[in-house]
Design a protein. Structure first.
Length: 366
């Protein structure tokens, strides 16, 4: 679920939630994955939302696209889980998400047809007027429609993680003590929702350790909301620094376009593809929880209501849904660019007493 500009608003309002991820590179030598994590935290569980690996958010930036490159960057250099690795590929989405996907896909296809027709009209006009026009080049752009459960691409994709894991289990001793779970496109639900369902299931098990250190990789903004919704304290989100290009103006000019002559993201087409790599960063959920606790202090709390940070967080997530959601239409009058989130938080604090307390009651929902 992409919420436009939500991440930018969040890091501008709460700047200390993000820190640069240290990547351990040893030139000419293999990294010892049994050694301590380079970022000072020993993670128990690592969850990978494969959507951000399969289809980058920004198609103009070329990324490592074979599983070997991606896992080397994440698993070996940054995060080395000690107990569990969970890989989730998007399965069949709920009906509400399907409706939004179809509307976006049909709209994009219609826009492409309009642009192509206008380009052909202008070329004919230039030819009649004797003007010089640039030669028409075929733009090989990744077709997002292939990332749909049931396609041949997704069938072939589902086999790749298993092959990679088997090779690492046989060739790396540090992998033998890790439980690996792959939820492919045959399992219904989006990748991030399957991950959260698994975490909630873990929390319900007897003997669950509340100090378990999780780490989630993914780019979608909804992962931030889902992570704090688990109410787990030790839960950083590993993601690429999407604001890196703004800080480095010359970065984008260094990236080149790959030659995709075969199927999108096939191993052969990307084996020697040039890579313009963004740095990784951690979004620290426990720091975000502290920010929310400080920012959501309510002056006039009724005597019959106690301040509960967990319920404040649930209300914060609920209000975020009004500015972007994959299952409900966004309210046209609320736009993050126009200060919608700050307005919602201010109105919430001012009217907390009038509305009778918290907006969300998870106990009644359960």
């Amino acid at each position: 679920m992409g919420v436009p500009s939500f991440y930018r608003w969040l890091v501008n309002k709460y700047p200390n939630i993000r820190v640069k991820a240290i990547e351990e590179h040893i030139h000419g030598h293999c990294v010892d994955t049994s050694s301590l994590n380079p970022n000072g935290i020993e993670f128990d569980n690592l969850y990978l939302d494969m959507h951000g690996i399969i289809q980058p958010e920004d198609q103009s930036v070329i990324r490592p696209s074979t599983y070997e490159d991606v896992f080397t960057s994440i698993f070996e250099y940054i995060v080395r889980p000690r107990k569990l690795l969970y890989m989730a590929i998007d399965g069949v989405a709920p009906r509400a998400k399907m409706n939004q996907l179809r509307s976006r896909q049909f709209g994009a296809a219609n826009n492409d047809e309009i642009v192509e027709a206008e380009e052909d009209r202008l070329r004919k006009q230039f030819d009649m007027e004797g003007k010089l026009a640039f030669s028409k080049e075929e733009c090989e752009v990744f077709d997002s429609n292939v990332i749909t459960p049931g396609t041949g691409f997704m069938y072939r994709l589902s086999k790749k993680p298993a092959d990679y894991i088997e090779s690492r289990m046989n060739g790396d001793s540090s992998w033998k003590g890790i439980q690996v779970i792959v939820s492919d496109a045959n399992v219904p639900g989006e990748g991030e929702l399957k991950i959260m369902s698994f975490i909630r299931y873990q929390r319900c098990l007897p003997g669950y350790n509340c100090n378990t250190r999780h780490c989630l990789y993914g780019l979608d903004a909804d992962l931030i909301m889902l992570a704090i919704a688990t109410h787990e304290v030790h839960f950083p989100i590993l993601r690429e620094d999407v604001l890196f290009e703004e800080q480095q103006p010359a970065f984008r000019s260094c990236s080149t376009t790959s030659n995709r002559e075969t199927e999108p993201y096939s191993t052969e087409s990307f084996k020697h593809a040039p890579v313009a790599k963004r740095p990784y960063e951690f979004l620290r959920v426990w720091v975000l929880r502290e920010y929310i606790e400080l920012d959501m202090q309510i002056a006039d709390v009724p005597q019959n209501i106690t301040f509960d940070l967990e319920r404040i967080i649930d209300d914060f997530i609920f209000m975020c849904f009004f500015v972007g959601n994959d299952f409900l239409p966004r309210m046209p009058s609320l736009d993050i660019h126009e200060g919608a989130m700050d307005l919602l938080l201010t109105v919430y604090k001012q009217n907390f007493k009038n509305i009778g307390g918290y907006l969300v009651d998870m106990q009644r929902i359960n």
